[in-house]
Write a protein that binds this ligand. Structure first.
Ligand code: F6P
Length: 548
């Protein structure tokens, strides 16, 4: 038995669950008119309504007790103090240092990391200012109009999501492009849109060994040099962001054009570091600082607030309730905002790459569920696609409905319709529609007898389906920073409860390793390697299709 399942709070919650699972949220709302007031809270510009969950005061009490028994207080302190909590890689986990706006010292191996954090931020600011102001000129003395970010995973999704989310704050001259896929199509289509004289390529890779990124960067470099006809021009058009100075130099980018970060920044937690350079180029230093400020507000709240009033802890423990007790294996992210359309993909990596594990820090195998499958889409599109399953299907999947109260477009009427849908969905998921309500509705439409009864079961909604509603005052850099940090900490808390290391990602290695051999076979550099019959068949079909 795992440590977790032996905790008194874990087992007490199972006893509570036996009764709690009978409850319907409708009744909980009817018996407690103050439920929404009591089960909601505000941090900075974020408001969370978690009242539409299958919870009572006893549930919350039990969950917070579980958090304490699982050692959450000590783990939070350890992370903020720079202890090496990423044990399989022997690294500290310090994305909080990147937005430590009070500048209080944070030590790793006895060294305060804040001076280097501040120095890279200052370099990024200077460079971004030069590019944005038009002082930084390309090889034909023209200002930069297009930035092409080349990176994948955490070196793509964070900057892409933030630049998309904050488009109204973007520099009007600057067009942002993101290339991650190695298929060739994404790079080819991007290169069609840009001009070598006015394009800046930002090659982002923590390790600078990622095959997809290096292949794309090399092709981009060749494309550029073929047009500029001058190797020296590369210095004006290629910069790198990495922790690996040596590999950057070997690739042919002058280390003077490199922005550094450190091994204590995880790839999926890196948008606050130099990986945020495209964000700064697009939004400017001030807005990037606001993003950091927003994250810092959430960090402070997470560190200081009591668990009962702690937004990341509440979201995490409510998640544990569904995943481990109800057996809900998926979680939907539904932003009601087109600008946030990449948020589900970003949170998918953040959560599933962090907590998609089944081995605890001590090497034992879990005997409980861990990370849910994170999926989603902008809510309004989801309503016309997969919400049917969420309302009437057999899976219970909690949903985060995320929106901004302020209308950022000047188009009249749209925002009310949008928000009416957010609130209506949350209400529908909670209340559902009973058979009696359906009967009354059908009778009012003139139906009766067998025809009416035949329709009733199809039109019943069980309800009792959980949602969290997250309202932002407005979608601005500060609130977006708080929102991202909220999810980072939620995921950390869940990892602590499960006793897993949320900060390594060994699961991606095997595929990479096998792809190396198969690549050699496809490229004709290796006749054949031992494989199962299916893999052999697939390789053979590729070879046949590509034989000259
Ligand atoms: O393969 C997974 C991964 O290591 C992610 O964790 C990371 O964000 C991505 O690849 C890119 O890695 P890098 O920034 O080192 O190129």
């Amino acid at each position: 038995m795992s440590k977790l399942t032996q905790l008194p709070a874990w087992n007490a919650l199972w006893q509570h669950f036996a009764e709690a699972k009978q409850l319907h949220m409708r009744e909980l709302f009817e018996t407690d008119p103050q439920r929404a007031e009591r089960y909601s809270l505000e941090v900075g510009g974020l408001f969370l309504d978690y009242s539409k969950n299958r919870l009572t005061d006893d549930t919350l009490k039990g969950l917070m007790q579980l958090a304490r028994e699982a050692g959450l207080p000590a783990r939070i302190k350890a992370m903020f103090k720079g202890e090496k909590i990423n044990s399989t890689e022997n690294r500290a986990v310090l994305h909080v240092a990147l937005r430590n706006r009070t500048n209080s010292p944070i030590l790793v191996d006895g060294e305060d990391v804040m001076p280097k954090v501040n120095s890279v931020l200052a370099r990024m600011g200077k460079f971004a200012h030069a590019v944005r102001s038009g002082d930084w000129l390309g090889y034909t003395h023209q200002p930069i109009t297009d930035v092409v970010n080349i990176g994948i995973g955490g070196s793509d999704l964070g900057p892409l999501m933030v630049c998309s989310a904050l488009k109204p704050y973007g520099h009007p001259r600057m067009n942002m492009h993101f290339v991650s896929n190695v298929d060739g199509a994404q790079l080819k289509e991007t290169l069609k849109k840009v001009h070598p004289e006015t394009t800046l390529f930002v090659v982002e890779s923590k390790t600078f060994t990622t095959q997809e990124t290096l292949t794309n960067a090399l092709t981009a470099r060749e494309w550029f040099v073929a047009r500029a006809r001058d190797e020296k021009a590369v210095a004006k058009h290629f910069v790198a962001v990495s922790t690996n100075k040596k590999a950057v130099a070997e690739f042919g980018i002058d280390p003077a054009n490199m922005f550094e970060f450190w091994d204590w920044v995880g790839g999926r937690y890196s948008l606050w570091s130099a990986i945020g350079l495209p964000i700064m180029l697009y939004l400017g230093e001030e807005n990037f600082t606001e993003l950091l400020n927003g994250a810092h507000i959430m960090d402070q709240h997470f560190y200081n607030a009591s668990y009962e009033e702690n937004m990341p802890v509440l979201l995490a423990m409510i998640g544990i309730w569904y995943i481990n007790y109800y057996g809900g294996g998926s979680h939907v992210i539904a932003p009601y905002d087109q600008y946030l359309h990449r948020l589900p993909a970003f949170i998918q990596q953040l959560d599933m790459e962090s907590n998609g594990k089944k081995v605890c820090v001590d090497g034992s195998t879990v005997d409980f569920e861990t990370a849910p499958i994170i999926w989603g889409e902008t809510g309004i599109n989801g309503q016309h696609a997969f919400f049917q399953l969420l309302h009437q299907g057999t899976h219970i999947s909690p949903i985060d409905l995320i929106c901004s109260l302020e209308n950022r477009t000047s188009l009249p009427g749209h925002h009310e319709i949008l928000l009416a849908n957010v609130f209506a969905q949350a209400e529908a998921f909670m209340r559902g529609k009973t058979a009696d309500e359906v009967r009354a509705e059908l009778a009012a439409q003139g139906l009766e007898g067998a025809a009416l009864e035949a329709l009733v079961p199809h039109k019943v909604f069980d309800g009792n389906r959980p949602t969290n509603t997250l309202l932002m005052d407005r979608l601005d850099p500060r609130n977006l920073g708080s929102l991202i940090a909220l999810y980072e900490h939620k995921i950390f808390v869940q990892g602590v409860i499960w006793g897993i290391n949320s900060f390594d990602q060994w699961g991606v290695e095997l595929g990479k390793q096998l792809a190396k051999t198969i690549h050699a076979e496809l490229a004709g550099k290796l006749a054949s390697a031992p494989h199962d019959s299916s893999t052999k068949l697939l390789i053979e079909r590729y070879r046949r299709a590509n034989r000259d």
